[in-house]
Design a protein around this ligand. Structure first.
Ligand code: KET
Length: 427
């Protein structure tokens, strides 16, 4: 009790909450009496609102989860086939090690860094299985804080959850310029300026590809400039790779930034998610890795990751790791994966073209060319908060408050409805 009160009393908000809690607890007798209803999550919370809406034409384009052209969740056929193989293998259900399944980790790292990476061959890349991207980000945040980091830089804007993940890890979240909303483009000059001002040793989060939410990535030339600058400034690059395969349709092409940085000699970190590219959202499967100066250094860092993981969740689940390993260790299933991932990216691109042309056909006065200029899962529409609210209240279309539309939820059937609604709220 003493420890709990000390923690709560650290801040004045904590003090107030604590005294409210004590007085409500005294009056109702329940220790939970003072707990207030927390707000809905800005992304996942949309699903709850959508479920309650009984309008027949309602549309959800909130969370970044792929849907097929009739709006249904999609399980990749290569994943189904891997599960069949696994069923007949009578696998055990033992605990994983703290670092997860080593076969999975090895295949995941080759998937990210490339099989022929020299750093891979020199064993300078080591990693652990992670509870998908989110879990890997949190482990990295905690580890950085434990090892003296006070802050981390993230792009402005970034995936909303980056901020509480790192804040809850005890890091201060600082932002670097990324996007110029006035002309829907990368704010590269300002980005460079901000990087030049970062203190030496700062961790800087980079979206490896298909930046969320803007859909705008640096070009390869710009990545090269960033690589040189990051080295000069002695920063620690930390890649969040959540959409590998969703930008170009090819996972190797989408890893170009990371592979370039490794070739340029950076020591860095990367978190990978298999939620989107393998469609394994609910299996929570990903990897967290580092490139060290040598094998021993990389292994020491991984040993520290394990020190964070063991008291946090002990060890990760088995099923998703086995699915990814089964696919990536089988040449036929690997090829099937490539084709099916390319198919998802292609459907999204077709929908981008359809949404833009449908919008342009409404007689709109706003430009919509950014929709086809952007890549990955999202269209960063430029709709204001008020327009987003009207989309929801008038047209029953659910997207995030920043105007981000998950293109994966756009289908041949709803694209015109969405375009007309966008036009109606923005004209
Ligand atoms: N990084 C980025 C950039 C990202 O967009 C997501 C998920 C994640 C990491 C984590 O995904 P995980 O499933 O933990 O591997 N983004 C989508 C889902 C979410 O918000 O949880 C989204 O933006 O809709």
């Amino acid at each position: 009790m003493q420890t709990v009160s000390r923690l709560l009393l650290r801040s004045s908000a904590g003090k107030q909450a604590f005294s409210r809690s004590i007085s409500r607890c005294k009056s109702s007798g329940s220790p939970w009496a003072a707990y207030e209803m927390a707000p809905l999550d800005p992304i996942i919370g949309l699903n709850e609102q959508y479920q309650k809406d009984d309008f027949p034409q309602k549309v959800i384009v909130g969370v970044g989860a792929y849907r097929d052209d009739v709006g249904k969740p999609y399980v990749l056929p290569c994943v189904r086939e891997a599960e069949q193989k696994m069923m007949y293998a009578h696998l055990d259900m033992e605990y994983s090690g703290i670092a997860g399944d080593p076969t999975f980790v090895d295949l995941a790292l080759k998937f990210g860094y490339g099989e022929d990476s020299d750093a891979m061959k020199e064993n300078r890349i080591q990693g652990v299985q992670a509870l998908s991207g989110t879990g890997g980000l949190r482990v990295m945040g905690e580890m950085l804080r434990k090892h003296g980091h006070k802050h981390i830089y993230v792009p402005n804007p970034t995936w909303g959850n980056h901020i509480p993940i790192f804040t809850n890890s005890g890091l201060e979240v600082k932002k670097y310029s990324y996007y110029d909303a006035s002309n829907s483009s990368l704010a590269f000059d300002n980005m460079v300026k901000d990087f030049k001002e970062m203190p030496e040793g700062s961790a800087v989060l980079l979206h490896a590809c298909a930046h969320n939410p803007t859909g705008m990535d640096p070009t390869l030339e710009q990545w090269k400039q960033l690589s040189e600058l990051i080295k000069k400034q002695k920063l620690l690059p930390f890649f969040d790779c959540a959409y590998q395969g969703f930008a170009s349709g090819n996972h190797a092409t989408d890893a170009a930034s990371i592979r370039m940085f490794v070739e340029d000699g950076h020591t860095l970190a990367m978190v990978q998610s298999f939620s989107k590219n393998f469609g394994l959202y609910g299996h929570r499967i990903g990897a967290l890795s580092v490139v060290g100066a040598d094998e021993d250094e990389a292994k020491r860092v991984v040993s520290q990751m394990k020190m964070v993981i063991r008291p946090m969740y002990s060890n990760p689940p088995r099923h998703g790791a086995r699915i990814v390993s089964t696919v990536l260790s089988d040449p036929k299933l690997s090829q099937d994966f490539k084709d099916q991932c390319a198919g998802m990216a292609e459907r999204i691109n077709t929908m981008r073209i359809a949404l833009r042309s449908s919008l342009e056909a409404t007689g709109t006065s706003r430009p919509w060319d950014h929709i086809t200029k952007q890549i990955g899962m999202f269209a960063f529409s430029g709709l204001t908060k008020e327009e987003v609210t009207n989309m929801r209240d008038i047209h029953h279309i659910y997207c995030t408050m920043d105007g981000r539309i998950s293109m994966a939820g756009v289908t041949s059937d709803n694209v015109d409805y969405i375009a007309n609604a966008i036009h109606d709220v923005s004209k």
